[in-house]
Unconditional design. Structure first.
Length: 131
């Protein structure tokens, strides 16, 4: 895995406007995909991943709105399988260097933690719903 734009102190720069480093496995030269109009392995995997993401979005709505318990259970099982398939595709693409992510700035992570800690304190002492 390689990280770009690493600061001199070993951490990432936290100054405003700094780009987050890219987290990506290097793509071996033998794995380079030719630029042709024909579909290649990377294109096919990307299409499969996008399809799995689309399916999970629809199944999430379906599961949330299913009124019959047995139907809800079956849809949840399919949803979990679909999420698992999407994760396997992501891992394969990441392993081949065909999918990269951006690391978040530590200051932004801390800001979000504080934000949600504030939300949590608003609900302290209130009854929780338990089915």
């Amino acid at each position: 895995m390689q990280f770009r734009q690493q600061g001199t102190s070993g951490g990432f720069p936290s100054y405003p406007g700094a780009q987050a480093p890219t987290i990506k496995n290097p793509q071996p030269s033998a794995m380079q995909q030719p630029k042709t109009p024909a579909l290649n392995d990377r294109d096919r995997l990307n299409d499969m991943l996008l399809t799995e993401k689309y399916l999970t979005d629809g199944l999430n709505v379906f599961a949330r709105e299913a009124s019959h318990q047995a139907l809800h259970r079956d849809v949840m099982q399919i949803l979990n399988q679909t999420h698992h398939a999407a994760r396997e595709l992501f891992n394969l693409m990441f392993e081949k260097g065909w999918y990269s992510t951006q690391a978040e700035q530590p200051s932004h992570i801390a800001q979000q933690q504080q934000k949600f800690a504030g939300y949590q304190s608003q609900f302290a002492g209130q009854p929780t719903f338990r089915p």
